[in-house]
Design a protein around this ligand. Structure first.
Ligand SMILES: Nc1ncnc2c1ncn2[C@@H]1O[C@H](COP(=O)(O)OP(=O)(O)O)[C@@H](O)[C@H]1O
Ligand SMILES: CC(=O)N[C@@H](CCC(=O)OP(=O)(O)O)C(=O)O
Length: 259
């Protein structure tokens, strides 16, 4: 018998902050057929909360420098407010969501990033994903909702990029499922002209990716996002799509990443 399909969907922080788009997305996600996993970021909200508490935020190459105060804010914001709100709303839509961070069920174990030129602080690089635990939740028709937090085996919580959480879960779950990974963010996909929402590139393979890099069409957060995509395709993920909150609506245009 062939493998069953599994959808892994990541939603970015800017999408989460837009109430109208988030509601519409959650309705579509709740209605999506088959086993599924949601991963959420929340970077902007953490920056705002930190600022309210009087803590400055420093980002380098899209990664947050996470000192002890910053980690506390992140756990409260991602693991608390955002995660629990999304779970409650999915439950209200009839979807049996369960909120998790990497420490829950030892689901995502990471290592604190080694200090090279930059000390990122409490930032984790994922080492293992607990496939059997996640699979057992899916087997009970639960929908795991992961925040962008992992943990070490020694019990240290670590801030972990949401795109990486989604990509690593997808790679690991590919041993059991046909995996389809969706990155939902504020744009309609990868744009040929970042200023023009109507310039969505339908498909990007490795050659096209090289060309986009050379022509500097992609920048900022899109750089690690596409890097993650090609890495995931090399490691068993079957299909990857990038789009906005409307990605599951019929006739919605988005970008497909192919080898
Ligand atoms: N060619 C491009 N097409 C679409 N987005 C791009 C492009 N180049 C750069 N970007 C930027 O990448 C961002 C997406 O990355 P990121 O901010 O990390 O997303 P997320 O909301 O998932 O955290 C977009 O909001 C956009 O500003
Ligand atoms: C290490 C690191 O940078 N972690 C990210 C995790 C949140 C995230 O990925 O949020 P978005 O999807 O909204 O960008 C951060 O703290 O910003």
């Amino acid at each position: 018998m062939g493998k069953q399909d599994l959808s892994i969907v990541k939603i970015g922080g800017k999408l989460i902050e837009n109430e109208e788009r988030l509601s519409s997305f959650l309705r579509d996600f709740a209605a999506l057929k088959g086993p599924k996993i949601l991963v959420h970021g929340g970077g902007n909200m953490a920056t705002e909360m930190a600022s309210k508490l009087g803590f400055a935020t420093q980002m380098i190459d899209g990664r947050r420098i996470t000192d002890a105060n910053s980690l506390k804010v992140i756990v409260m914001t991602y693991g608390g407010l955002i995660n629990k709100s999304i779970v409650a709303r999915l439950q209200a839509l009839g979807a049996n969501a369960i909120g998790l961070c990497g420490a829950d069920g030892k689901s995502i174990i990471s290592k604190k990033r080694a200090v090279k030129e930059i000390d990122y602080g409490f930032v984790g690089d994922i080492e293992t994903v607990n496939v059997s635990f996640i699979n057992s939740l899916l087997g009970q028709e639960c929908i795991p909702v992961f925040s962008a937090i992992s943990a070490t085996l020694e019990g240290q919580l670590l801030n972990t990029n949401g795109d990486s959480v989604a990509a690593e879960i997808s790679k690991a779950m590919s041993s059991v499922y046909n995996t389809r990974l969706y990155f939902c963010f504020e744009k309609a996909g990868v744009l040929a002209n970042p200023q023009d929402e109507n310039s969505v590139i339908a498909e990007i393979d490795k050659d096209k990716y090289k060309q986009l890099l050379e022509n500097k069409v992609i920048s900022e957060g899109m750089l690690p996002k596409l890097h993650n995509c090609f890495e995931a395709l090399e490691h068993g993920v079957n299909e990857i799509f990038l789009g906005n909150a409307d990605i599951f609506k019929p006739d919605n245009s988005c970008t497909k990443i192919t080898r």
